[in-house]
Ligand binder design. Structure first.
Ligand SMILES: NC(=O)c1ccc[n+]([C@@H]2O[C@H](COP(=O)([O-])OP(=O)(O)OC[C@H]3O[C@@H](n4cnc5c(N)ncnc54)[C@H](O)[C@@H]3O)[C@@H](O)[C@H]2O)c1
Length: 433
């Protein structure tokens, strides 16, 4: 099948490469010519494990092409995926200008029957808005709009795309559901539930999914913060909770708040979407606020510790919003850096992949280190912000030799407090004794 993909970001490029790998002919379109030019010469504009190889393989087979030409993109595909960004507006609602921009182009340039498939995360009612936009542009358009939200995770996006736990399709005709089944035929060999819904339900499923996970994280952070005062160890508390099959052990790790390009903006967008319909989403408002608070939970104790030891240098380990990605959108590291710099602290940072993105944001106001050893040289405090594998088995005894003071704030609870203390460090975790 000939398929066009609008937007070559984390979702669009993975979708394009994976569908090409299933044998479809793919044209990926982006208005960012820098991105498209780099893709044409075989460079991937962001880090995602396994993606470079998949893009290269399918380019070579002639099944994956790139263009900045919107009209060509609309004409090429029998189905057109809308994978453009939906960032937050100032008030938290989803900014739909890119999504509606694609719908307008589809209305303008398409001939005959085509599907416009919204894969971007959008509030309930957006498919209808896209449909209206198409009709405004071309009142006799034969384009059908479909909602097909994506559930992949950065860091394992290629695997997730090919092994989804469900495929959700919101449409208005049997023909549209049938075409989507053809698009995904062969995605994996095992059975995947294919859920046929209406537009609004499909759109809502994605928000409900992300908001639930965000709420689960906030809940467990709340329990961890209570453990801190109660003298209980949250690690054992959550291990025990996870044994209850109704709860499951996933997303039960407390830490210094969630970030990324999805959870924060999607929770806020759902709050706003509910508000527009006259409903106050109180629980989700709390989730958003609690997560903001959690991102700063270490700031005061770090400053107290520095004052107590007469130190002034903090090392941050991990900058991306989670391991295995270079994405720093709404990353906790950014908030910490800003706060610490604001207090006049010298900040040293190290991340295996995301350093350049942080440099674009903070320039010379922080010191970028080549590796773990370099990052702790002369430092007073280490803060583990993102749990990349290479931070898991460090030799604290040796690292401590290089430091002025040996203090560790473990923002993801990856270390065993007694072992770190045995190696001479003062240890602070989230809800850990
Ligand atoms: N990143 C994730 O993990 C993830 C997972 C599931 C769903 N989503 C959702 O998918 C959508 C895309 O997310 P992303 O992280 O891939 O975004 P992104 O910012 O990485 O990429 C979006 C791309 O769209 C391009 N674009 C904007 N307007 C365009 C237009 N008119 N024509 C062609 N290209 C255009 C931009 O230049 C950019 O390259 C969002 O709604 C997001 O919430 C993201």
């Amino acid at each position: 099948m000939r398929i066009s993909i609008f937007g070559t970001g984390y979702v669009g490029l993975v979708t394009g490469a994976c569908l090409a790998n299933l044998g479809h002919e793919i044209l990926c379109v982006d208005i960012d010519s820098k991105k498209i030019n780099s893709l044409i010469v075989g460079e991937i504009p962001f880090y995602e494990p396994g993606l470079k190889e998949l893009v290269a393989k399918n380019k070579e087979k002639g099944r994956l092409k790139f263009s900045v030409d919107v009209e060509e993109g609309v004409s090429f595909g029998e189905v057109i995926f809308n994978c453009v960004g939906t960032p937050s507006e100032k008030n938290g609602s989803a900014d739909l200008k890119y999504v509606l921009g694609v719908a307008e182009s589809v209305g303008k340039f398409s001939k005959g029957h085509k599907l416009l498939i919204n894969k971007s995360t959008v509030p309930p009612g957006t498919a209808k808005k896209c449909w209206n936009k198409i009709l405004e542009t071309n009142p006799v358009s034969e384009v059908e709009v479909v909602s097909n939200p994506e559930f992949l995770k950065e860091g394992s996006a290629v695997y997730d795309f090919t092994h989804p736990d469900k495929i959700v399709v919101g449409a208005k005709s049997g023909r549209a559901y049938g075409l989507l089944r053809k698009v995904y035929a062969g995605r994996v060999r095992t059975y995947i539930p294919f859920l046929e819904t209406d537009w609004e339900t499909a759109e809502m499923i994605k928000y409900a999914n992300n908001s639930f996970l965000a709420t689960k994280i906030c809940f467990v952070n709340e329990i961890a913060n209570i453990c801190d005062g109660a003298g209980a160890d949250v690690k054992l508390v959550t291990q025990a909770m996870g044994l209850d099959y109704r709860i499951s052990p996933k997303f039960l790790n407390p830490g210094i708040g969630y970030g990324g390009s999805c959870f924060p903006k999607d929770v806020r967008a759902l709050i706003n979407s509910a508000e527009e319909k006259g409903y106050c989403a109180q629980l989700l408002k709390e989730v958003d606020q609690l997560n903001n608070r959690q991102k700063e939970i270490f700031v005061a104790p770090i400053l107290d510790k520095l004052r107590a030891v007469g130190g002034n240098t903090v090392t941050l380990w991990g900058l991306s919003f989670k391991p295995r990605t270079d994405d720093i959108r709404e990353a906790t590291s950014l908030r910490l850096i800003k706060k610490l710099i604001g207090e006049g602290i010298t900040v040293k940072v190290y991340d295996p992949i995301a350093m350049e993105n942080v440099r674009e944001e903070f320039g010379d106001s922080v010191s970028y280190c080549k590796g773990i050893d370099d990052s702790v040289e002369g430092s007073d405090v280490i803060v583990l912000v993102t749990e990349w594998d290479e931070f898991r088995n460090v030799n604290f005894l040796e690292l401590g030799e290089k430091m002025r003071n040996k203090i560790l704030f473990d923002g993801r609870n990856i270390y065993e407090p007694e072992l770190v203390r045995e190696e001479g460090f003062e240890y602070f975790g989230v809800g850990r004794k």
